[in-house]
Design a protein around this ligand. Structure first.
Ligand code: NAD
Length: 484
């Protein structure tokens, strides 16, 4: 596979085509600001073309057997796995994460193709005992129709397959708009779908520098029956309002503000290791990133000692360099948000344990690098306690009792992920049941898999991706009542 073939084209109706305007936009490496390629600058008219192609292909795709659709997804899985290294290198160049993490993400992305190749064959209906002896009830599950999808830049391959694979498995066709920072990874994924032989119009890609006109067509075009979005809560709300006008089905995977709770009965060294690994994953640009680390006052000192020692040893730089575990932030706005949250916390009395500055030495000023940072003595009045950080800053808050920390943890409009460290089984169960979050890691920092339902409560979203639940989002339920 050639890396830059078709990179500046849209993929509509099985063809690589120019945007209607003929325009393209530049794509940059966030580690050094260098241009790495171009993508087609699609707009509303391109989105409309793609939706029509998806509508035209829908009947035939939905009419295939589940086994036939499954074969295509298996083929795409195999092709993605075979191209893992190529895709991972492109991801590190375009998104910035360390190469090892990119390889892991490509595998995670491929896992969705495999999982839904299998789930396609398990879309069962049911029969229901009817109240009359001459009556029969039968329930069918059918694909919802054309799906419009919007994905973010932080996981530029797996967020695409997490939507495309279950949609296609269910018998839907799809039009996807990836984030403007990472269109090239999406182009590579669609090349794989094309090479897997997926029929024309079934999967369509519209890249765009300005997302709003494409988003408007997605919500306004009546052919779109389902909108699935991963990104910020702010944009999710705009799209949900628009989709409501036609009562379109929606799935939203939005922002998070995860609490990470370390109880006095846990090993503070083990917990600090877990917190350092998950907090700084993808430079903190992860929706399930801990955003408030609550540590019981009695073990604060050993926790901070271990946490600081681990964090201050983390290497920041280009994801292609050996040993680097912290890449760049996506852009200047992300850097400014981090700086603002850190200075607000320091102004209000937080203590700087390590980091706390932009990194500019050794050419790092060419990218958006921020030192991995730990703040202690953080309080609920600070911005960082309320706002998603999406950067490499770990705020630590002391607590004294289980009731107090539960109330603090649940004191947010978000509800995506939460983590607890405890060796007390009853407490683990109590917290698992009482935390208002969709994903709870219990002595576990990686509660994610293609096989498991991922998603948030409250303003973190609607619906689930992955697992059995992920395909349900693309299915309608139809009841048949038969008099016999
Ligand atoms: P964002 O909302 O700015 O962008 C996400 C996507 O929406 C991009 O494709 C963007 O082009 C598009 N978009 C932006 N404005 C739009 C508009 N008006 N109409 C249509 N589309 C529009 O978010 P971001 O900063 O790129 O991504 C980070 C956010 O995503 C964080 O809040 C993070 O928590 C969230 N996220 C959530 C999950 C999850 O599964 N819950 C996963 C990854 C990221």
């Amino acid at each position: 596979m050639q890396s830059n073939d078709h990179a500046n084209k849209l993929y509509i109706d099985g063809q690589w085509v120019n945007a209607d305007s003929g325009a393209t936009f530049d794509v940059f490496n966030p580690a050094n600001g260098e241009k790495i390629g171009e993508a087609a600058d699609g707009s509303g008219s391109d989105a409309a073309r793609a939706i029509e192609a998806a509508q035209k292909a829908f009947g035939q795709w939905a009419g295939l057997t589940a086994h036939q659709r499954s074969e295509y997804l298996y083929e795409a899985y195999q092709k993605m796995t075979a191209n893992r290294e190529h895709l991972a290198r492109l991801m590190t160049e375009e998104q910035g994460k360390p190469l090892k993490a990119s390889r892991g993400e490509v595998q995670y992305g491929a896992d969705f193709l495999l999982w839904y190749a299998e789930e396609a064959k398990r879309v069962y209906g049911k029969t229901i005992p009817a109240p009359r002896s001459d009556q029969r009830f039968m329930v069918l599950r059918q694909p919802v129709g054309v799906v419009a999808a919007i994905t973010p830049w932080n996981y530029p391959v797996s967020m695409v397959t997490r939507k495309v694979a279950p949609a296609l498995a269910a018998g839907c066709t799809i039009v996807l708009k990836p984030a403007e920072a990472t269109p090239l990874c999406a182009v590579e994924v669609f090349k794989i779908l094309h090479e897997a032989g997926i029929p024309a119009g079934v999967a369509n890609l519209v890249t765009a520098l300005n997302p709003a006109p494409v988003g408007e067509v997605f919500v306004q075009n009546p052919l779109v029956r389902k909108l699935t979005f991963t990104g910020s809560t702010e944009v999710g709300k705009i799209l949900a309002e628009g989709a409501a006008r036609q009562v379109k089905r929606i799935s939203l995977e939005l922002g998070g503000h995860a609490p990470f709770i370390v109880f006095e009965d846990s090993d503070p060294v083990h917990a600090a290791k877990g917190a350092a690994l998950i907090k700084f994953l993808n430079t903190g640009q992860t929706c399930i990133s801990p955003n408030r680390i609550f540590v019981h006052r009695s073990i604060m000192a050993p926790f901070i000692r271990e946490f600081k020692s681990r964090v201050s040893r983390m290497l920041t730089g280009s994801g292609f360099e050996d040993g680097v575990s912290i890449g760049p932030l996506v852009d200047n706005a992300a850097l400014q948000k981090v700086q603002q949250q850190v200075s607000d916390a320091l102004d209000q009395g937080a203590a700087l344990v390590c980091g706390g500055r932009r990194l500019t030495e050794d050419n790092l000023d060419r990218g958006h690098f921020y030192a991995p940072t730990v703040l202690s003595d953080v309080t609920p009045q600070m911005l960082i306690f309320r706002e998603e950080t999406f950067g490499p800053v770990a705020p630590i808050i002391a607590f004294d009792s289980e009731e107090e920390v539960l109330a603090l943890a649940n004191d947010t409009n978000y509800g995506l992920a939460a983590y607890i460290y405890t060796n007390n089984l009853s407490r683990a169960m109590r917290m698992f049941e009482a935390l208002n979050f969709g994903i709870i890691g219990i002595n576990d920092i990686n509660p994610t898999s293609a096989a498991a339902p991922f998603g948030g409560m409250q303003e973190s979203g609607l619906g689930r991706e992955g697992g059995r639940e992920g395909i349900e989002e693309y299915l309608e339920t139809k009841l048949g009542g038969f008099s016999i």
